[in-house]
Design a protein around this ligand. Structure first.
Ligand code: XBP
Ligand code: MG
Length: 254
């Protein structure tokens, strides 16, 4: 059995509850362009089944708007709209509106102290990751991540394994040396298809997903004074997910 050497962190919904910020940024971009498109939380919950902002806009048009509207919308128009969306999103993060989820920075810091390697594995646009690292972490994270695998560097976004395969290759590690931390069914499917075991921290957009392929499902990673809770799988954590717990989980997974 391989030792656990590397933690692979998803971004949206895992490091922070960013999907609400993404939703607002999409709506701001639609308003800028004079469009009457508006995504409320219920609609966005359904749209999240498609990963990638440009892909999500196209899916929205195909599924919710008349063909007369959608046929006229070019890929260039969507790309331009998405650039505006990214500008709104990064501005909102820079305004300091997005705290990290409980335990994220604590666990990363402990993992680094104990000699584990960290990487980011996400479908979101690279500048969105940079903005989150810069504005939502208390620490300077410049040297924390050996690889930041993001966005369109691979042909297929999650649930395809491509972005995990890419990160493993860049890191030079085997899937069996890693654990992924994810929040969604698409993220879990991507990790599993790449052979990586995954732990899930749910959020309001993903709590109804099927996580039966996860090693463990939790409400969050836990902080001192803010214990996490086991939702499925096991073993039960003692209030906080730490490196010793992850090592036990990894060993059990064998
Ligand atoms: C989350 C996503 C992304 C974001 C939007 O991926 O599906 O599409 O919602 O980001 P992950 P972009 O959880 O893997 O980070 O608009 O930049 O695509
Ligand atoms: Mg996610």
């Amino acid at each position: 059995m391989s030792a656990l050497t590397t933690l692979l962190f998803d971004v949206d919904g895992t490091l922070a509850d960013t999907e609400e910020i993404h939703r607002k940024a999409f709506n701001a971009a639609f308003a800028d362009a004079g469009l009457d498109w508006s995504w409320d939380q219920a609609l966005y919950h359904g749209l999240l089944q498609v990963t990638g902002g440009r892909e999500r806009i196209r899916y929205y048009l195909d599924s919710y708007r008349d063909a007369a509207v959608t046929d006229a919308v070019t890929d260039e128009f969507i790309a331009d709209l998405h650039q505006r969306k990214t500008a709104h999103y990064t501005r909102m993060l820079a305004a300091g509106e997005v705290p990290l989820r409980p335990g994220v920075e604590r666990l990363m810091q402990e993992a680094l102290d104990k000699g584990l390697r960290l990487a980011i594995v996400t479908t979101t646009t690279p500048v969105n990751v940079t903005a989150l690292l810069e504005h939502s972490f208390r620490s300077n994270t410049r040297n924390w991540f050996d690889v930041i695998a993001a966005g369109s560097v691979v042909p297929n976004k999650k649930p395809a394994p491509d972005i995990y395969d890419y990160a493993l290759q860049q890191l030079g590690v085997a899937a069996g040396q890693c654990l992924a931390i994810e929040d969604s069914a698409n993220g879990l499917a991507a990790a599993r298809a790449a052979g990586v075991g995954a732990i899930i921290t749910v959020n309001r957009y993903t709590e109804d997903h099927d996580f039966s392929a996860a090693l463990v499902v939790l409400d969050h990673l836990g902080e001192p004074g803010q214990p996490c809770h086991l939702l499925a799988g096991g073993p039960a954590p003692d209030g906080m997910i730490d490196v010793a717990y992850l090592q036990r989980l990894h060993d059990r997974n064998g």
